[in-house]
Design a protein around this ligand. Structure first.
Ligand code: ZN
Length: 137
């Protein structure tokens, strides 16, 4: 069994943003040489998340609008007494900082309308790290 790590680094320019990392993730799968297995996409951050969905401009805005409604950045959260980003922690905790995809015949398996995005919840950030781990044979 092979275990391969691939590091992705992206910068973000807005407080809330979806960054499409599909190409970089698929590049990691290709480099791994794994034919059949799984691919973990993990953001080692408490204020970011990973999702898979359609890369369509309107939908991206819709998703961000709903996330903002849900995490209520303007609310007086307890954590904001020490660090003004409780909304981002809540978003990361609920959405999740990872997704797992099958790898089959050397390709990452995803739906036609499933691109992979880093969800920035507390940007802008000079550097966000996404770790891709490909496991299989
Ligand atoms: Zn914080």
């Amino acid at each position: 069994m092979k275990v391969y790590f691939h590091d992705i680094y992206v910068s973000t320019s807005k407080k809330f943003e979806l960054v499409d990392i599909t190409g970089q993730v698929e590049d990691g799968v290709k480099r791994s040489g794994v034919k059949n297995g799984i691919c973990l996409v993990f953001a080692p951050h408490a204020t970011a998340a990973i999702i898979a969905n359609e890369h369509e401009r309107g939908l991206i805005e819709d998703i961000l609008t709903k996330i903002k409604e849900f995490v209520e950045p303007e609310r007086r959260w307890n954590h904001n007494l020490i660090d003004d980003n409780a909304h981002a922690h809540i978003g990361s905790a609920i959405i999740g900082a990872d997704r797992v995809f099958p790898v089959r015949d050397g390709e990452l398996v995803r739906g036609t309308w499933q691109n992979i995005f880093l969800v920035e919840l507390d940007g802008p950030r000079r550097e966000r790290h996404v770790l891709v781990e490909v496991i299989g044979e």
